[in-house]
Design a protein. Structure first.
Length: 738
DNA sequence: GTGGTGTAG
DNA sequence: GGTTCTACACCAC
C-alpha cells in the first residue's frame, strides 16, 4: 500500500481532505429538514457534515449467474458459469471457490473446473428484464435511483435518512445501530451527525437488500457513503451479500488502499497508459501531480475530473436513469464474407430490436450499423455508419407493419456498403445495429384509432418476449437459446407453440388465411395488429381469453355483453418464477399479465376487466405480502374519473363504476392522458378503452422521468446544467463537475 | 448530426 | 490483454 500526506490521524490533512465546504451540493444542500435536525442535534455537528448526502450503491452478486439460478433452481449450489461465445463472462461463488475466474475462456475454465456447469448468456433479455425489476423495486424506496449497469444501482437516501432522524429524534441512533461493516473497522460516533446519517443509511440499505432478496431472490453488496464515487468504491469491500459504510474520515484510507490507478472508476487502460507516460502510476503521484501537467495531457475537463476522483470527491447527484437512450444488438462471429450472409445477420438483429422497440413504445429516428473488419487475421477497431430513419419508416415501427423490417434492413445495408466494398473480398467478425434518437410517438398518432389498435398492451408485449425467448414462433430470436423464467411462466398461457417458426421473410407477410380467423372477427382490424397478437388471437381458445392479456383479442371476438357475463377467473393468478418457491415481484399478477420492463409492478397490479367481480389476489405460499386488487368497488358515478373524461361506453360496461379503484393504486388516476382525445377514446370498444387505461397506468413509472412529472429537484438541476434524467450511467458522467 | 474513441460491467 | 454484449459520454468535425 502506498500513501501520501500524513498517516498520522492527528496531523493536518492536505487541502483536499478538508471537510467539504458549505453549499457544494448546490440547490439541494440547505434543506429545511436538515436545518431542523441540526437544531435538535446541535452538539452533533461536524463542520460541513450536515450537508452530506447519503448514497447507497447496490451491486448484485454474480448477477447473470443468479438470474440463471432463479430460472433453473437445479443449478443452485453448483459451480456455474455464464458464457458468451467462448468467453466465460461471469461465474458464481461456488465456481470461484474452485478456482474459476470470470473473463477467462471457456476452455480454461473447464480445465480448471471440469464439473463447471455452463449456460449461454449472449441473449441479455432476461438479465435486462430482471435488472429493471430490481430498479423498479428500489424505486419503491426512493425515486432517486440511478442505474449504473444491469447489476448496479445508486440510491440517494438522504431524504429518507432525514425523515427517520426527524421522526425518531436524537434517540434514533441508539435504536438503529450500523447494519453491516464499517470500513476500516472504525467506531461510529453517536455525536457525529454524519456518522448517524450513514448509520441510518446502512439500515435503509439493509432493508433494500432484504427486499431484493426476498422478492426477487437476488443477493448483493451495498456501499453507503457521502457520494456515489465513494459508495461504489466501498461497496465491494466485503463480498458477497454484505454491506459496508464509509465514514468521512476513512475516505483517505479507501483511496490510499487502491494499488493501481486503474482501480479508480473512470480510468481505463488507455488513460492509464497516458498517465504512465507521465510517470503517474500510483494514486499518490496522481494526487500530487500539478494540474497543469494533467491538463496538458488530458485536457482541462478530464484533468479536473481526474483530480477530484483521485481525492474521492464527487458532487454529481444521483439522477434517475429513465429509459435507455439507445437500443442495440450485436453479434460476433468467426467470419462473415458474403453480402447475403450480412443481410441475414442484420435482418436478425433488426428483428430482435423491433421486438424491443415494440415493447418500449418509442420510435427511433436514427439507425447505426457497426462492424469489425478482419484483415490478415488481425481484428481492426470497430467502424460504424449512421443515418436518419426516414419519417415514413419511423411511423411504421411498432405498428406491426410488415414492410418496416425490410426497409430497415435496406437502410442498414446502405450503411454497410459505405464501409465495405463488396466487390473486393471482405471479412468481418462483428455486426451491430443500434437504434437511437428514440422519441415518443407523436400525439397525433396516439389520438388515432389506428394507434390504439396497433399498440400492444403491456401484457402482450411481455408475452411477445417470452415467445421469442424460448424459440417458438419467434419474431426474432437470433441468439436466444435459454428460456427465461418469464418464458417458463408464459408457457402456461402459451398460445403460439403451434405456430410455424417465422423466418425473416415471413415477417414481410403477416396475412393469415381467412379460414384461420375465428368467426366474427373484423379482418381489417385484425390485419392492423402486430403478428404476435394475431397469432395469439388465432391460437387462443376463445372462451379462455378472460384475462386482461387477451383483452384485445376479446374485443375482436365476442360481444361485450357476452364478456361481461363471464365469471371471475382467478386461475390465472399464479406466482411467477415459482418453481423454486422464490417470491417474485410479480407474484401477484395474473400469469397472463406481466408488467413491462421498468414498470413498477407492485404499484400497479392489474385489474382483469369487467368480467371480473371483486377480486382478491393472494400472495403465494411464502408471502407475507397480500396485495389486493378489488375490481369495481362501488364509486359514485359523479366521482368516477371516467365520467369526468366522458366515456359512456366504459361506464356501461362497468356499471357506472371505474374499472379499477379501491386498492389499486392507479384506480383513482384513471383519467385520460392529456394527449388523448376523449371523444376518439370514447368511440373505441370498451375493452380497448380499458386496456389502454391499464397500459397508460403501467407506463407511469417511465413517464415520470421523461415528462413534466419530473421531481422539482431535477428541474432545478437541469437549469443549472445537470445531465437530463435520460442521460446515462457512465461513471465518467458522474465525475463531471456539477 | 456524424464518426471515432474510451469506459464500464 | 483480449475475449462478449451492450450502453453511454465526450470530442472533433
Amino acid at each position: 500500500m502506498e500513501s501520501c500526506g500524513e498517516e498520522d490521524e492527528e496531523a493536518p490533512e492536505p487541502d483536499w481532505w478538508l471537510p467539504e465546504p458549505r453549499g457544494r451540493f448546490g440547490s439541494v444542500s440547505c434543506k429545511p429538514a436538515i436545518l431542523g435536525v441540526r437544531a435538535v442535534h446541535g452538539n452533533m455537528m461536524r463542520s460541513g457534515s450536515d450537508l452530506r448526502r447519503v448514497i447507497v450503491h447496490l451491486d448484485l452478486d454474480c448477477f447473470y449467474a443468479q438470474v440463471e439460478t432463479i430460472c433453473n433452481p437445479e443449478l443452485r449450489g453448483k459451480p456455474l458459469g455464464v458464457q458468451q461465445k467462448n468467453l466465460l463472462i461471469t461465474c458464481n461463488y461456488e465456481a470461484r471457490k474452485l478456482g474459476v475466474k470470470k473473463t477467462t475462456t471457456v476452455k480454461e475454465a473447464k480445465e480448471k473446473c471440469p464439473e463447471l456447469l455452463l449456460v449461454k448468456g449472449e441473449d441479455l433479455t432476461k438479465y435486462r428484464e430482471m435488472s429493471y425489476k430490481v430498479t423498479a423495486l428500489l424505486e419503491e424506496f426512493t425515486p432517486l435511483v440511478e442505474r449504473l449497469a444491469l447489476d448496479e444501482n445508486f440510491m440517494d437516501v438522504t431524504e429518507m435518512v432525514e425523515k427517520r432522524l426527524e421522526e425518531w429524534g436524537k434517540d434514533a441512533f441508539s435504536q438503529m445501530p450500523v447494519s453491516g461493516h464499517v470500513y476500516g473497522n472504525r467506531t461510529v460516533s453517536l455525536h457525529d451527525l454524519a456518522h448517524v446519517k450513514l448509520a441510518i443509511g446502512s439500515q435503509i440499505a439493509a432493508e433494500m437488500r432484504e427486499s431484493v432478496r426476498s422478492r426477487l431472490g437476488l443477493t448483493g453488496c451495498a456501499g453507503i457513503a457521502s457520494n456515489k464515487l465513494l459508495a461504489k468504491m466501498v461497496s465491494g469491500t466485503f463480498r458477497p451479500n454484505q454491506q459496508t459504510i464509509l465514514l468521512p474520515e476513512s475516505r483517505r484510507d479507501l483511496i490510499a488502499h487502491l494499488d493501481n490507478i486503474k482501480k479508480l472508476p473512470g480510468i481505463g487502460s488507455k488513460t492509464a497508459q497516458r498517465l504512465a507516460a507521465l510517470g503517474l502510476t500510483t494514486i499518490c503521484s496522481l494526487q500530487m501531480c500539478p494540474a497543469a501537467v494533467l491538463e496538458k495531457e488530458l485536457g482541462v475537463s478530464a484533468a479536473r475530473t481526474l483530480q477530484k476522483v483521485c481525492r474521492g470527491e464527487d458532487d454529481v447527484p444521483v439522477t434517475p436513469s429513465g429509459p435507455p437512450q439507445s437500443l442495440s444488438d450485436e453479434d460476433s462471429f468467426k467470419k462473415c464474407s458474403s453480402e447475403v450472409e450480412v443481410e441475414k445477420k442484420v435482418g436478425e438483429l433488426i428483428a430482435s430490436l423491433l421486438v424491443r422497440l415494440y415493447k418500449d413504445g418509442r420510435k427511433p429516428h436514427t439507425i447505426k450499423l457497426t462492424l469489425r473488419k478482419c484483415i490478415t487475421n488481425r481484428w481492426l477497431n470497430r467502424e460504424g455508419r449512421q443515418c436518419p430513419i426516414p419519417p415514413h419508416v419511423v411511423q411504421k415501427i411498432g405498428t406491426g407493419d410488415s414492410s418496416v423490417q425490410n426497409q430497415l434492413v435496406a437502410l442498414a445495408m446502405k450503411l454497410f456498403h459505405k464501409m465495405i466494398n463488396v466487390k473486393v473480398l471482405f471479412h468481418i467478425t462483428l455486426l451491430s445495429v443500434c437504434f437511437s434518437n428514440l422519441k415518443d410517438a407523436p400525439a397525433s398518432a396516439k389520438q388515432s384509432i389506428g394507434f390504439y389498435l396497433t399498440r400492444p398492451s403491456s401484457s402482450n408485449c411481455n408475452k411477445l418476449v417470452h415467445k421469442t425467448e424460448d424459440g417458438s414462433g419467434e419474431l426474432a430470436t437470433p441468439k436466444g437459446q435459454e428460456r427465461g423464467c418469464e418464458s417458463l411462466l408464459a408457457e402456461r398461457s402459451r398460445s403460439v407453440t403451434q405456430m410455424p417458426p417465422e423466418t425473416p421473410d415471413e415477417t414481410r407477410g403477416l396475412e393469415f388465411p381467412a379460414h384461420l380467423l375465428p368467426a366474427g372477427i373484423d379482418h381489417d382490424v385484425f390485419n392492423q395488429l402486430p403478428r404476435e397478437i394475431k397469432e395469439e388471437i388465432i391460437s387462443s381458445p376463445k372462451k379462455e381469453s378472460s384475462a386482461a392479456g387477451n383483452v384485445l383479442s376479446q374485443s375482436l371476438f365476442a360481444s361485450q355483453e357476452e364478456q361481461s357475463n363471464k365469471a371471475p377467473d382467478q386461475t390465472n393468478c399464479a406466482p411467477l418464477c415459482s418453481r423454486d418457491g422464490q417470491r417474485n415481484i410479480f407474484a401477484l399478477v395474473p400469469s397472463e399479465i406481466v408488467p413491462p420492463c421498468g414498470a413498477s409492478p407492485r404499484s400497479a397490479p392489474r385489474c382483469l376487466g369487467p368480467q371480473h367481480g371483486p377480486l382478491e389476489v393472494a400472495a403465494n405460499a411464502s408471502g407475507s405480502e397480500h396485495l389486493t386488487c378489488t375490481a369495481f368497488k362501488s364509486s359514485s358515478p359523479l366521482q368516477s374519473p371516467f365520467h369526468q373524461a366522458g366515456i359512456p361506453e366504459l361506464q356501461k360496461q362497468t356499471g357506472d363504476r371505474s374499472p379499477c379503484d379501491g386498492d389499486w393504486k392507479g384506480g383513482s388516476k384513471g383519467v385520460l392522458p392529456s394527449s388523448v382525445d376523449a371523444k376518439t377514446f370514447s368511440e373505441l370498444p370498451a375493452e380497448i378503452q380499458k386496456e389502454l387505461l391499464v397500459e397508460w397506468e403501467s407506463r407511469e413509472p417511465v413517464s415520470k422521468t421523461r415528462t413534466a412529472v419530473t421531481p422539482t429537484k431535477f428541474k432545478t438541476k437541469k437549469t443549472v446544467g445537470r445531465p437530463s434524467p435520460q442521460q446515462s450511467n457512465s461513471l465518467l458522467r458522474y465525475f463531471k463537475p456539477a
